[in-house]
Design a protein around this ligand. Sequence first.
Ligand code: XIL
Length: 359
Amino acid sequence: MTLNRQQFLGLTAATTTAAALPVEGSLRGVAGRHGFMFGAAVRSGALIADPRYRALVTHECGLATPEGELKWNAVDADRGYDFHRAEAIQAMLALSGVRLRGHTLVWHNALPRWAELALASPETGRRTLADHIQAVMAAWRGRIDSWDVVNEALDPGEADGMRRSPAFRGVGPDYVEVAFRTARDAAPTAELVYNDYGLEGTDGRSEAKRRALLRLIEQLKSRDTPIDAVGLQAHLSLEQAFDQPSYAAFVRKLSGLGVDIHVTELDVADHSTEAVPVRDRRIADRAEEFLDAVLDTPRARSIMTWGLTDLYSWLNDWGRYYRRDLTPARALPFDASYRPKPMADGIRRAMRGAPSRAA
Ligand code: XIL
């Protein structure tokens, strides 16, 4: 059967994914043309209740991370696992060809109380860690092909740079390696990512954290641990100084250890009381300056923002991140009315300006 052009277009629109036909200037479209992926953290409740948000996500994102729906305390039910909320996200985005990233398997936060205790005990730590990784990855095999296996293991305040998390205490300092090995066994083709924050400043703490991250990845690699990529969360703030050349050098060093690089949670906090257009400009400039430093390395593969519209930003939910004047954050590429902000242009410009890589 030969279809005429109109039939073909109708069929394509109805059956194929928007991934095949990303809208020209959309962030996912620009990303695709320059060999990147673009996406955002998303919320199941908002996808269900807010059709305009859902339309914005499918229009702009080739990737999505459930913002909380796959964390341990979200999936752990009384009898076995409950993935309803994450599955709802998958169902709502799959037809638009949005791929999911998994966040996160091992983290010191968002633990149910029983898991916190079981991880921290030398008797049950290893088994609890391995069982959880296996159960969640097996349940999502074939549906999620990239996972934040370990999140935020570093603490620059410790001499060895490692956070004294429940898993560190119960499993031991090699728990990160154990987690990655377990993950590879559970889903041999999935991309395994180490994810962390607090790496961007020029202060001593940020410097120490960058050193600790390089050391951790170097150690993991020297022991042939199956780790594929590092996620740079990138919760930026205009109150923190940023030195582009030294950050770019850090990212080059990191990728030189043999890992891909993802920007996983980009947003830009500020406490400025200047006019909104001025703030938006400065926020956009910071995001672009940061991305220029990261995308400079050919191993940088994807950019995700932590939320897409200012309407749904975690910065407006967490008391300690509230702006001092208690007006809403403007940390994301779209405003609370879903209009693109200068930050969206900044992200596009960074992708267009990056050294070319295979699409
Ligand atoms: C945050 C979510 O955005 C909030 O909604 C939630 O209540 C707490 O966690 N680093 C991470 C993310 O890796 O999981 C965090 O997400 C933000 C900081």
